[in-house]
Design a protein around this ligand. Structure first.
Ligand SMILES: *Cc1c(COP(=O)(O)O)cnc(C)c1O
Length: 362
């Protein structure tokens, strides 16, 4: 029999969204935090044009793309690494710095892939409690043990949508030993990108990595492009492990054009945030708890797990799929990606209808 390494055999598969709906229903998928809008027209044009040169391998050091990112964010292009989504960068970091006998520490509602990538590297995973769906820096610092090698936080958080102030992240970094790697995952950092709140400069400390992605604000989830700011020593180790030519010709060209079109991205974020706030208010009006979100999704907390499951069933019957949160220890919650205005109106309408029936049967 062919046997996998024990720590891999012991792992559960990474849970993807279940986006099945009744036959004949149009699927409205609000389960994967994809952008409601297509990529910038200039990104689409650049990707199409680059495709005709796809007989050649892509630029293995992503030169045009890192130059574009560096220009827009005021960074040094040499500090930037790119990959097939920021998930690849997370997995690679864990491979480099986590392993048997080492502990990776995140938070109670930390991004699920932190855990998967830690276990895949053979490391142990621990989570510090959050407070009101928000990362609590004191709790993280208290949870550090001698085995802790990496601390991961997503800012804003997924699935909570809440933010950690820059001052708090600096306090976290200052409170951690210098030989603990801090990973700050800013997959939703553009919603909105507050200048004074930037954390890219923390990479200069030599032990902190900041990740971003083109999958959310730039609407390029299907192109698979993530990037990050890495201290030089960490970047050197990562380059050994990242698969060569990991970002396709079309993806690099599309992403470079997308980041040059800041006004389109800012329009998408403003539009999405406005719809998110309105949707959150509508959901609070029917009695749900909704933490203030700084992302393209909202976390909906129902009265209990049965109510959440019942609402999920009612929506699925209409072809609308939100993301169940039992895997995060939140069986009473559903996470709703902010879709188009028409889609959100439909969700609001069906959930309002559901809540009336729910009240009648209580
Ligand atoms: C969506 C998401 C990612 C994954 O992004 P990709 O670049 O598509 O791999 C990473 N971190 C968080 C917190 C996310 O929500």
């Amino acid at each position: 029999m062919i046997t996998a390494n024990a720590h891999i055999a012991a792992m559960a598969p990474y849970a993807m969204a279940d986006i099945s709906v009744p036959a004949g229903k149009r699927l409205i998928s609000l389960a994967q935090n994809e952008s409601a809008l297509p990529p910038s027209p200039s990104a689409i044009a650049a990707g199409c044009e680059a495709f005709s040169g796809s007989q050649l391998y892509p630029d293995a050091s992503w030169s045009e793309l890192t130059a574009a990112i560096a220009e827009v964010h005021g960074l040094d292009a040499d500090d930037i690494l790119c990959a097939g989504g920021s998930m690849e960068l997370i997995a690679c970091l864990m491979q480099c710095y986590a392993g048997p006998g080492v502990e990776v520490l995140s938070t109670q509602f930390g991004y699920a892939f932190f855990r998967s990538a830690s276990l895949a590297a053979g490391a142990d995973y621990a989570a510090a409690p959050e407070q009101d769906f928000t990362v609590n820096i004191d709790a993280v610092l208290t949870a550090v043990t001698p085995a802790t090698r990496i601390v991961c936080v997503a800012n804003p958080g997924n699935p909570t949508g809440t933010r950690i102030a820059r001052s708090e992240l600096v306090r976290l970094r200052d409170g951690l030993d210098d030989d603990i790697l801090l990973l700050i995952d800013e997959a939703y950092g553009e919603f909105p990108d507050v200048p004074g709140e930037h954390t890219f400069d923390l990479a200069a400390r030599g032990n902190t990595v900041i990740l971003r992605t083109f999958s959310k604000a730039y609407g390029l989830a299907g192109m698979r492009v993530g990037w990050g700011v890495f201290p030089p020593m960490i970047a050197a180790e990562m380059r050994k492990l990242l698969v060569a030519n990991n970002v396709s010709v079309t993806s690099q060209a599309a992403a470079a054009a997308a980041i040059h079109d800041q006004s389109y991205m800012q329009m998408v974020c403003a539009d999405t945030s406005e719809r998110c706030d309105r949707f959150a208010d509508d959901m609070r009006a029917i009695g749900l708890v909704v933490p203030q979100s700084h992302t393209n999704f909202a976390l909906l907390r129902f009265a209990d797990a049965d109510a959440a499951a019942d609402a999920d069933r009612a929506l699925r019957a209409e072809g609308i799929v939100l993301r169940g949160m039992a895997g995060y220890g939140l069986p009473d919650c559903l996470r709703a990606t902010i879709g188009s205005e028409a889609d959100m109106n439909e969700v609001t309408w069906h959930l309002t209808d559901w809540s009336r029936k729910e009240t009648l049967t209580c």
